[in-house]
Design a protein around this ligand. Structure first.
Ligand code: ADP
Ligand code: MG
Length: 549
């Protein structure tokens, strides 16, 4: 056994790997499983292209085990394995990716989703292990080898007896530290949860012997514990399956489990985009406003997967803020990830995907508005406020996107309407969109000035949220029509006849108006004959140009 030395640079690199690249120690499992999955892909590919190397699909798998006494965590695969040279080159050289080379050499293997590319993932295991032993027999060799390393001071390679093709990696966990308990990686529950989080959709079964306790038949309160081989991952990602074959219940359960909601989603959006940047998306609109939706606590953003491996949660850049109520995930083979695979490297790719997602959500909402009005209105009750905030934010930059999604309660048939519906049924002589602000539908209905406007046959939009006036201010006009509060300035509702009548009334009552003005002189600017009123004697209005009465 001859001890090989890492080059000095490699030592420093290894140190960097362990301490700086990853923010999260637990991702070592994601990396090792991704490597095993790649190795299985390669063996499968070999089996397809070489009759002598045939292997049964059901023999391709990953097995996990732990030894609490030795404090070891072991991951075994029946993949392609590594020859002595490969152990040296791929594990002994940091930033050397055998998987990357494999893809280069086997162009026809392009459509197998090999995950590795940077040649650093393996070393993430040193974040949790002080010593790593890799035993492997390559499908292209008859001699097995053991590679052993305790990190920076190098590695040894020795021949071993091994008959099973594949690789077994044993991690000797680091001693527990004050802020880091490595024993948790011996815990079945923890391991299961990490697999679910990162590697649930790896295409090969990830199996482990798990202790299960069962009630003894006929005896109460008595249990036996047995070991049972369990498959920990669900393997096929729902979003990669054909839409036609997925039931509503499957979508609902997936959503409720993954996004921890008690209620099924109101809307499911499942689609796939092929192009310069391909991706699959599975998006959901919740059927209730999350309790913390309008607080700091709410974390918007989509989950990002690359090649079915979980990369990050709450990727905010994938979704515009005004659609932050959308939950779901995006899976793309094409995004280039940074070295830790924790974040995306290219903003541009993200932007292309984000723009495409935004379009999809917008058109799904428009579709719902047109075809399922009631559905849309209940969606709007949950999240309409967010859309109006969106209209208002960024100086109205999103008005094109949002103006047709906004609803207002309207005096027309007492229901929610779109601005388009309003404008399309405007009276011939009407050139503004009337609105009125108030706390509730009831209090608005009681406003004296409402009576005359509606009597004249004009429709009035009710602004019930504080943000409404701000949003409309950003919009300025809709289809060329501006907005006008019926509480403000001149309304110009009168016919010529009525105008003349008003003038006469003004003259006839000049002394009364003077007296009233005098009596209220500290409280109002003017007292005049109004054309706003029908059955009510009096109302308060504000000056043109003064906002928020
Ligand atoms: P990457 O996966 O980005 O290529 P890694 O550091 O994770 O980089 O792994 C380096 C290389 O080691 C891989 O490209 C592969 O050639 C080899 N390798 C790692 N794990 C295994 C394994 N379980 N079976 C076969 N080869 C492996
Ligand atoms: Mg890797």
């Amino acid at each position: 056994m001859e001890k090989q030395q890492f080059k000095a640079e490699s030592k420093r690199l290894l140190d960097l790997m362990i301490h700086s690249i990853y923010t999260n120690k637990e991702i070592f499992l994601r990396e090792l499983i991704s490597n095993a999955s790649d190795a299985l892909d390669k063996r499968h590919f070999l089996s397809l292209t070489n009759d002598e190397k045939r292997v049964n699909q059901e023999d391709l798998k990953i097995t996990l085990s732990t030894n609490k006494d030795l404090r070891t965590f072991t991951i075994q695969d029946t993949g392609i394995g590594m020859t002595k040279e490969e152990l040296e080159n791929h594990l002994g050289t940091i930033a050397k990716s055998g998987s990357f080379d494999f893809k280069q050499e086997n162009k026809d293997a392009e459509d197998i989703d090999i995950i590795g590319q940077f040649g650093v993932g393996f070393y993430s295991a040193f974040m949790v292990a002080s010593k790593i032993v890799v035993e492997s027999l390559s499908a292209n060799d008859s001699q097995g080898y053991r590679w052993t390393s305790e990190g920076a001071d190098g590695y040894t390679i020795e021949p071993i007896d091994r008959t099973e093709i594949g690789t077994t990696i044993t991690l000797y966990l680091r001693d527990n530290e004050e802020e880091e308990n490595y024993d948790e990686y011996l815990d079945t529950y923890k391991i299961k949860s990490l697999i679910t989080k990162y590697s649930d959709y790896v295409r090969y079964p990830i199996q482990m012997m798990v202790e299960v306790s069962r009630p003894v038949e006929g005896k109460e309160d008595e249990y036996t514990t047995e070991l049972e081989l369990q498959t920990l991952n669900s393997m096929v990602p729902l979003w990669k399956r054909n839409k036609k074959d997925i039931t509503e219940e499957e979508y609902n359960n997936f959503y409720m489990n993954k996004f921890m909601d008690w209620e099924k989603p109101q809307k499911v959006l499942h689609y796939s985009i092929e192009g310069t940047l391909s991706y699959q998306a599975l998006l959901f609109i919740p059927s209730k406003t999350p309790y913390n939706f309008y607080s700091q606590e709410y974390e918007p953003g989509l989950q990002l997967y690359s090649k079915s491996v979980f990369i990050m949660d709450h990727a905010k850049d994938l979704i515009p803020d005004y659609f932050r109520f959308v939950k779901g995930l995006v899976d793309s083979d094409d995004v280039s990830l940074n070295i830790s695979r924790e974040i995306l490297q290219q903003d541009r790719q993200l932007k292309i995907i984000a723009r495409s997602i935004e379009k999809k959500i917008k058109s799904a909402l428009v579709d719902m508005l047109v075809k399922e009005r009631e559905e849309y209105e209940s969606f709007y009750k949950n999240f309409g406020l967010q859309l109006k905030y969106g209209l208002y934010s960024d100086y109205g930059a999103h008005k094109e996107q949002l103006q047709d999604l906004i609803l207002f309660y309207s005096s027309h048939e007492d229901r929610y309407v779109t601005l388009k519906e309003y404008v399309e049924r405007m009276k011939e002589n009407q050139d503004v969109i009337y609105y009125v602000s108030g706390d509730s539908i009831e209090s608005i209905k009681k406003l004296p000035q409402m009576e005359r406007v509606t009597e004249k046959g004009y429709e009035v939009l009710y602004f019930l949220d504080d943000v409404d006036e701000f949003a409309i201010r950003m919009l300025q006009t809709y289809m060329g029509k501006s907005f006008k509060s019926i509480n403000q300035g001149e309304l110009d509702l009168d016919t010529e006849e009525e105008k003349a009548e008003k003038e006469t009334l003004k003259k006839e009552n000049a002394s009364l108006l003077e007296a009233l003005k005098d009596a209220l002189k500290d409280k109002v600017k003017d007292v005049t004959i109004s054309s706003r009123l029908a059955s009510h004697p009096v109302c308060l209005i504000s000056d043109e140009g003064v906002s928020f009465e």
